[in-house]
Ligand binder design. Structure first.
Ligand code: C2E
Ligand code: CA
Ligand code: CA
Length: 592
């Protein structure tokens, strides 16, 4: 009900009316009245303007109103009005109307039920255009939702960045960073009584990568990650911390036997072949383990790394536990490798020379250069004390190169003094043979043809007598360097490999010579080696000739050249120089 306004006089009433009209005009609010009995609507001028009827006042049919409403809003607006009629209460609505020019406007409408002076039920109401407000609200809402979407995206990308920072993209495993922080956390946890780190390195991963390509390598890494995860208990965590390096941290596992069992299981799974397209790839794993019952005290990761190093050094597919002894040994090997590096630089690694003789005439027909370390404190060291370390620390190629340079220098110096120097054999490690710099180095050294022999150990050909190797050897031969197979008969060089490689000479291993004067069997073996060599048109030399008896049997069996303590010991360049000087003196006396 409209509240009664106590109107005191006609003038006062006119005054209020005038002010109301001004206010309505200013606010652009339209006023309407709906006579429910007669169903007639009267609009004031502002209402006509709001709806763009083109008229300025007067009653309108209800259809004028409802036709103007946007079809999507029409039913609702009408229902709301009907509800207000039924309840004889308030009418409060908002809807869109469409102007004759097609423009859409938003209208708010409010009205009251009342009974007119004539006693007829009516609604009187006001309407105004809220388009600007609505559009503003819409825009605000749109901006809000854009901002919300942006915030969400940012949150997601932050989460992604965080995940990527702690995980390995290839396998999805935690990376080194997450592993480190997890290990540190575990070490502090009161319920963690034992903690272990298993450090894994895939065997032959490099070969798979090199010969089958990186995608194959990736497939092997992914398979390895899945298999490791499958092998470890729920409470354990696996991480990939390097190319083909994985670590596993285990808690409360119950002792060394359990660790060993888990490590073996991981190894067994990793040995299974991985399918890659048409191919089956096989790797395996070496594992180093460190564990501690006194939490937090030890540096488990570093220790497991030391154990892993040992596992790899002792061959593939090994499991090794960390111990203080292991660490001490490793440290002293490392020190030795450092010392050796310095010795190579400072010229303390020199060749000693052992002469080789014709089995029948006992003429000097060759020399083998053997590396010696002139150690400032320990005296002259034989290769047995440093070759393994050189090999492990990749110093062998440098060692061989150093020896060759010294050999060539010594040779030139002897020749300058008038000596007639036979060919000199140098030992070539696998590392040196596969050294990419080898051929260029040799070219630069301008080696005179037939002055140098390369002794290649038989086991080099065991693994792979492949085309690459044959090409390298051919290249070396083209430079006038002879090839000798060292320690022949100790390994398992295949005859096929031998035929393809076509060495100048075979050097019969010391162990076969050892009992040659007493063992019929050894004689037979050496005899057949000599026969094979003859058939292939390859020369034969025997080493380790310690007695005249050895020398006699070997000469008898057809071995052309002899080397050993019976005939000469390895000696320094100066001593050999003396030998050449004496020989030259003898020769000139002979000529007199
Ligand atoms: P190797 O090539 O089989 O060399 C022969 C070894 O037998 C030498 O040991 C030599 O001193 C020793 N020897 C010579 N005659 C006799 C004998 O009648 N009886 C016995 N029992 N031994 C004899 P060395 O000098 O200690 O060298 C050991 C190994 O170290 C060599 O075996 C060779 O494989 C390697 N080596 C030596 N110098 C070099 C080098 O410059 N580079 C590389 N990569 N390896 C080298
Ligand atoms: Ca040799
Ligand atoms: Ca040998």
């Amino acid at each position: 009900m409209v509240p009664d306004n106590p109107i005191r006089s006609e003038r006062e009433f006119q005054d209020i009316l005038r002010r109301l009209e001004l206010a309505l005009d200013a606010s652009q609010i339209g006023v309407w009245e709906h006579d429910l009995d007669r169903n007639v609507i009267s609009w004031d001028a502002q209402m006509h303007r709001l709806y763009r009827t083109g008229r300025s006042s007067g009653p309108v049919a209800t259809a004028v109103w409802s036709d103007a409403i946007h079809p999507d809003d029409r039913l609702r607006a009408e229902e709301e009005f009907d509800d207000a009629v039924v309840s004889r209460g308030q009418y409060n609505s908002e809807f869109r109307i469409i102007w004759p020019n097609g423009e859409i406007r938003y209208i708010r409408s409010r009205a009251h039920f009342y009974v007119s002076d004539e006693g007829r039920p009516s609604f009187i109401g006001a309407e105004w255009d809220v388009t600007a407000d609505v559009l503003l609200n819409d825009e605000a809402a749109r901006q809000r939702s854009v901002a919300e979407a942006r915030a969400l995206a940012l949150e997601e990308s932050n989460a992604r960045i965080e995940y990527a920072a702690e995980h390995d993209y290839l396998t999805g495993l935690p990376n080194r960073r997450l592993f480190d922080s997890r290990l540190a956390e575990l070490a502090e946890m009161p319920h963690v009584s034992t903690l272990a780190v298993l450090h894994l390195d895939l065997d032959q991963f490099k070969q798979i990568n090199d010969s089958h390509g990186h995608t194959a390598g990736d497939a092997v890494l992914r398979a390895a990650a899945l298999r490791i995860e499958a092998a470890i208990p729920e409470t354990a965590m696996a991480a990939r911390i390097g190319g083909d390096e994985f670590v596993i941290v285990l808690v409360n596992f119950g002792g060394m036997a359990a660790l060993n069992r888990i490590a073996k299981d991981v190894q067994r799974r990793l040995k299974k072949k991985v399918r890659f397209g048409q191919e089956l790839l096989q790797s395996g794993a070496s594992i180093g383990i460190s564990w501690s019952a006194n939490r937090g005290e030890a540096n488990l990761l570093a220790e497991s790394d030391i154990a892993l190093y040992q596992a790899k050094a002792s061959g593939r597919d090994r499991i090794e536990f960390f111990s203080q002894q292991l660490k001490d040994d490793l440290m002293s090997k490392r020190r030795l490798a450092e010392e050796l590096t310095l010795a190579l630089e400072s010229g303390d690694i020199v060749p000693f020379y052992q002469l080789q003789f014709d089995a029948r005439t006992r003429e000097i027909v060759g020399i083998e250069a053997l590396a010696r370390w002139k150690h400032p404190e320990r005296g002259i060291l034989a290769p047995g004390t440093f070759l393994k370390v050189a090999d492990e620390y990749n110093l062998s190629a440098e060692l061989d190169a150093t020896i060759l340079r010294r050999v060539l220098a010594d040779r030139r110096s002897w020749e300058r003094h008038g000596a007639k120097v036979p060919h000199i054999a140098v030992n070539i490690s696998g590392q040196r043979l596969y050294d990419p710099l080898l051929v260029d180095d040799l070219v630069a050294l301008k080696i005179a043809p037939n002055s140098i022999v390369f002794e290649l150990i038989e086991t080099i050909f065991l693994d792979d007598c492949d085309d690459e190797l044959l090409q390298r050897v051919d290249r070396i031969k083209q430079m006038g360097i002879e090839i000798e197979i060292d320690d022949f008969g100790s390994g398992h060089a295949s005859l096929i490999g031998l035929v393809r490689l076509r060495p100048t000479r075979l050097k019969i291993d010391r162990q076969l010579v050892d009992e040659i004067d007493t063992s019929e069997e050894q004689r037979r073996v050496v005899k057949s080696i000599v026969e094979i060599a003859k058939a292939l048109d390859v020369g034969v030399i025997a080493e380790g000739v310690e007695t005249e008896a050895h020398a006699a049997v070997l000469a008898d069996l057809g071995c052309e050249t002899l080397q050993g303590f019976a005939l000469s010991h390895p000696a320094s360049a100066a001593e050999v120089s003396g030998v050449f000087a004496r020989l030259a003196a003898q020769a000139s006396r002979g000529r007199l």
